[in-house]
Design a binder for this molecule. Structure first.
Ligand code: PRP
Length: 217
C-alpha cells in the first residue's frame, strides 16, 4: 500500500460566516464530520478516521498561513484574505458562495476628496489591498490606518475619511450613514492548497477538487 494512503488530509476552514456553507458543500461530496456539527463544542480539531481526514477551524486571516506552512493541506477562505495575505499557496477553485465586494466607503462628502485625489486617511482591516488599490490602481497617495474590525467607525468618529471594507448586504453601511463610493473588487470563497501537498497527494486532492467543481456547477 502506498504510504500516502495512511496520511491524513488536513482541512483548514474559516470560522464564522463561511464555515457552515463550506461544511455543507463538503458533506455533499461525501466528506463529512459529525463531531464538527455540534455548535456547543470547544474542540478545535475534528477527525474522520474512515476518510483519513482532519478538519480544524481557524480565524480567516490565519488560513493561508496554515496552508502555506503545510499544517493544513487544503484551506477554504475568502479571496479578500488570500489577496491580503499573499502567501505561497495554490488557489485552485472559486466556490461561488460568500459573494461580496471590497469597496471604498464613506459619507457622501468624501466623494469629492476621492475625485480630487486628496491625501485622505483610509481605515481598513485590509492594508495591503487598500494600499494596492490607491497607490497602484488609482495612483493616489493616501494614509492607511489598520483596524481590526468595526471599521465603519473610522469616518463616523473622525479617525479616517473613508474605509476599505467588505460590503455584503450593505446594511452595516446604511445603518451607519455611509455608502459605497468605489468598488475595489468582487470577492468569494476560494479553495487553496499547499504547494507540496499538491505534488505529494496529487490524485487525492485533484479528485476532491473535481468533485467540488461538479457539485457547484
Ligand atoms: C463585515 C464587514 C462589514 C460587514 C458588511 O464585518 O467588515 O462590517 O461585514 O456586511 P453587510 O454589508 O452585509 O452589512 P464583520 O461582520 O465580519 O465584522 P468586523 O467588521 O467586526 O470584522
Amino acid at each position: 500500500m502506498d504510504m500516502n494512503d495512511q496520511k491524513y488530509l488536513v482541512f483548514a476552514l474559516c470560522k464564522g460566516r463561511l464555515a457552515f456553507k463550506t461544511l455543507e458543500l463538503l458533506e455533499k461530496i461525501g466528506i463529512t464530520c459529525e463531531e464538527m456539527k455540534d455548535k456547543d463544542t470547544r474542540k478545535l480539531v475534528f477527525v474522520n478516521e474512515e476518510l483519513k481526514c482532519k478538519f480544524f477551524l481557524a480565524k480567516g486571516p490565519d488560513i493561508p498561513t496554515y496552508v502555506e506552512s503545510g499544517a493544513a493541506d487544503i484551506g477554504v477562505c475568502g479571496s479578500d484574505i488570500i489577496q491580503e495575505e499573499n502567501r505561497r499557496v495554490y488557489e485552485v477553485l472559486d466556490l461561488g458562495f460568500g459573494k461580496c465586494r471590497m469597496c471604498v466607503c464613506g459619507p457622501e462628502r468624501a466623494r469629492e476628496l476621492l475625485s480630487h485625489r486628496e491625501r485622505i486617511r483610509v481605515a481598513t482591516k485590509y492594508p495591503a489591498i487598500a494600499k494596492d488599490y490607491f497607490f497602484n490602481v488609482k495612483n493616489q497617495t493616501v494614509d492607511i490606518i489598520k483596524l481590526n474590525g468595526s471599521v465603519e467607525l473610522g469616518p463616523i468618529v473622525g479617525l479616517s475619511d473613508v474605509i476599505v471594507d467588505i460590503v455584503e448586504t450593505g446594511s452595516t453601511l446604511k445603518e451607519n450613514g455611509l455608502m459605497v463610493l468605489e468598488e475595489v473588487c468582487p470577492l468569494s470563497a476560494r479553495v487553496i492548497v499547499n504547494q507540496v501537498s499538491m505534488k505529494m497527494q496529487n490524485e487525492r486532492i485533484c479528485a476532491i477538487i473535481e468533485k467540488l467543481k461538479k457539485e457547484i456547477q
